[in-house]
Design a protein around this ligand. Sequence first.
Ligand code: UDP
Length: 383
Amino acid sequence: MPEPKSVLVIGAGLSGSVAARQLAEAGHRVTVIDERDHLAGNCHTARDPETGVMVHHYGPHIFHTGDRQVWEYVNRFAVMMPYRHQVKARVGDQVYALPINLHTINQFFGRAMDPAQARAFIAAQSRSTEPVSFEDQGLAFVGPALYAAFFRDYTRKQWGVDPARLPASILKRLPLRFTYDDNYFAHPYQAIPRDGYTAMVAAMLDHPGITVELNRAAETVTRAFDHQVYTGPLDRYFSHRLGRLGYRTLHFEHERVAAPWQGTAVMNYCDADVPHTRITEHMYFAPWEMARFTRSVVTFETSAQAGPGDIPYYPIRLLDDKTLLARYQALAQRTEGVTFLGRLGTYAYLDMDVAIRKALDASAHLIEAFARHARPDVFPDAA
Ligand code: UDP
């Protein structure tokens, strides 16, 4: 057994909690701190005391993965209930199914095409340049009419900039199907933890080698540790000394209403004249228990540029941000005794399963480096 290290993990979200668990299981002594008053970061869930509905406080989180090891990992800490995510979209006075599939295409164009006809129809209108921006990608993907209806204005609302300035990678997240399959995700494993994500993270942190302190900001820690795993915003670690990386923040307005209210978990609002991007009705994330609710909780979500006091959600990654990111990465490389991890620590748009995979890989790297008395990589999860 190698000499145990004392490790401070900053941030009790998925990345920090997985790293803490792995390090503790390897015999290290871990302290996890988070400045918020709850675990699980932005996947935090809690039951609304009045209605009993499990609310996703920072927006909808659906666990999906093709990574078997990650799937088995989450199943150690939560009872994962089967769930199939379907998203509806309001465009004008119509409701469509997302991701864009044969039903969406036929409804939108008032046709009854079969898969081969629809594929040829879309191919005839898609503009195929080498997709660099979100707009290029959208036009190549679905053609101008569907792009303008479903992607252009939603994306402007969500990201606050013209889609011609955004990277194509954002849209590459979404499939286009010439069948009636409207499953939002194509991964083989898709589920929601029965008792919520916060309970899942609490189970990860329930280990004799782990101490957790909530309401504790990193800046207030004076005790020395052998190593730090930092999952907060990369620019904040350096007191924003080179400037601020761009983030979108989200505003959530929660309301209690009669059940059912919108009749589905997520309704996107794609039109420019509606301020919110989507409305979430939380009870639909729990199909195994939703029949018992007579009242429902809905959340209106709007997106805005993150200012200094706001919670950062989505890294924007415009050209300026990428240049600044490279400078912060260079600064980080010259820093001793810290590992940067997760969505905020590495300034990346990560799904939950990818965050877990990267945290597992990073902690394996750390454990190995500790054993060899070697200097661990500052960004062990770099893609
Ligand atoms: N998107 C869009 N219209 C939609 C849904 C998504 O234009 O109705 C675009 C938008 O730019 C969004 C991206 O596709 O940021 C990825 O969508 P996803 O549903 O994966 O976003 P998330 O749930 O992570 O916010």
